[in-house]
Design a protein around this ligand. Structure first.
Ligand code: PHE
Length: 459
């Protein structure tokens, strides 16, 4: 067992090791896996993209996640204060606290647009249960999706409901809020995902879907430089790393937990969920004559077409969207936690007050994303000659810049600035070999890879 400041967290602890792992899996598994992964894999050519993504997960994702949990567990406070405390104890600059601030800001930015998509999903729960999509074909399904995102009032309303619910449960605290949601949502999620996969297989498009995702054609990889950044950014996004969410969760880790085994489980489950969602969605897309590269409406059109034509589809389809809402919910609460924890420590105020303020900030920012699909759809931010809507801008800013930069500094801090004694004992790696591997991966491979991708994109 690790010697640590177990009793010092002002926010409480996960009630068991299983609960910690479930919470971290809940944070990792979300819209990134079920909505985003299939559509970006579809847009970037399939197998080759998936392969690059897997490399990013292993070479960058695993070290960053271990480092992040290690920092949280050592500091036992919000990411900002954990970093400040560690810096103070080790005689390092207070500037390391800025890393925590970047995470708080990044978390609010991500939460703002994340809730917009989650709002669409929530709308689909009700629309599907109402029977609206019975017998629908692909064209009508994509029209229905266009109608929703094009309507500022409707999408604004669902977005607001989702965000307020997130704030409410985060305000209730680690045990009465976060745990309650996670305990209930996560098991159901896995069951419903399998239902969707089985349906996909039964539709007959599974062979093509499998080929698309796993068959590497070395003569025609179909990868661009952009695909590399997209793959790396997504590795950060899907594992919830680089902004302190996992660091905050690490601070509430019970003393009997092991970081190594937790990270193993989180990474495997997160990847599996993405693969299952991808296979299910591509199978349905192929069977219904939709293209895997259909863009951000892919999940909405495939799932409604699939369930709309299935016996019991009203119930299963509604349940499916409910499941995705839960998955999004357990991620959204982790986006808010670093900010809430910090302001509670700083101002000694109640979680409810802090949550209200943070949710209001995310709401204002999120409205801009809601409007970027309708009222503000012609308002573009020009970067490198490319016009980006506000939504696309915030999405790219967080995944291509904030999260990787955060990850870069987290790795550098644990590999080169903190004494190995502290790092090794928290990670429960005590051999010399372990130290060497840590320095190679966290100290060299991950930072160089992140830096190389940055350089490729921007220069
Ligand atoms: N990992 C979450 C998902 O895949 C999103 C997320 C990103 C959550 C960053 C927390 C921090 O949906």
């Amino acid at each position: 067992m690790v010697q640590d400041n177990y009793d010092q967290s002002p926010h409480g602890f996960w009630s068991s090791n299983t609960m910690f792992v479930l919470a971290a899996v809940g944070s990792a598994v979300g819209l990134g896996n079920i909505w985003k992964f299939p559509y970006i894999t579809g847009e970037n050519g399939g197998a080759a993209f998936f392969f690059v993504y897997l490399i990013c997960i292993c070479a960058i994702g695993i070290p960053v996640m271990m480092a992040e949990i290690m920092l949280g567990r050592t500091g036992r406070m919000s990411p900002i204060n954990s970093l400040l405390k560690i810096a103070r104890e080790q005689g390092l600059s207070r500037k390391w606290g800025l890393l925590g601030w970047a995470g708080v800001g990044g978390g609010l930015v991500i939460l703002s647009f994340y809730s917009v998509i989650a709002g669409w999903i929530l709308a689909y729960v009700f629309r599907t249960f109402s029977g609206e999509f019975g017998g629908v074909d692909a064209a009508t399904a994509s029209e229905a999706f266009g109608d929703l995102i094009g309507n500022p009032w409707m999408s604004g309303l669902w977005f607001t409901i989702f965000l307020v619910a997130t704030g409410y449960f985060v305000a209730r605290g680690v045990n009465r809020g976060l745990e309650l949601v996670i305990r209930f949502c996560m098991p159901l999620l896995f069951v419903l995902l399998f239902v969707m996969l089985i349906y996909g297989i039964a539709q007959g498009g599974f062979g093509q879907a499998f080929q698309f995702m796993f068959h590497l054609d070395f003569n025609n990889l179909g990868l661009s430089w952009d695909s590399l950044v997209i793959a790396m950014g997504h590795a950060f996004f899907t594992l919830s790393i680089g902004m302190g969410a996992i660091m905050a969760y690490g601070a509430y880790m019970p003393p009997e937990s092991s970081i190594k085994s937790a990270v193993g489980v989180i990474v495997v489950v997160d990847t599996l969920v993405a693969v299952i969602a991808g296979l299910a969605i591509f199978s349905i897309a192929y069977a219904d004559g939709l293209s895997p590269g259909a863009g951000l409406g892919l999940l909405f059109t495939t799932a409604t077409t699939a369930f709309g034509n299935l016996w019991g589809g009203v119930v299963f389809g509604g349940l499916f969207f409910l499941l995705v809402t839960f998955a999004a919910f357990t991620s959204a609460i982790s986006l808010l936690e670093p900010a809430i924890a910090y302001f509670v420590e700083k101002f000694n105020s109640r979680r409810a007050v802090v949550a209200t303020v943070c949710v209001s900030v995310a709401w204002i920012l999120g409205l801009l994303s809601v409007f970027s699909f309708n009222l503000l759809s012609n308002f573009n931010i020009e970067i490198g000659g490319e016009p980006w809507t506000i939504f696309a801008f915030l999405d790219h800013l967080s995944q291509w810049i904030i999260l990787p930069l955060g990850g870069l500094f987290i790795c550098l801090l644990t590999a080169w600035f903190l004494p190995w004694k502290t790092v090794g004992s928290t990670l429960e790696v005590r051999s010399l070999e372990g130290e060497v591997w840590w320095k190679i991966f966290a100290g060299v491979v991950a930072p160089v890879a992140i830096f190389a991708v940055f350089a490729l994109t921007f220069f």
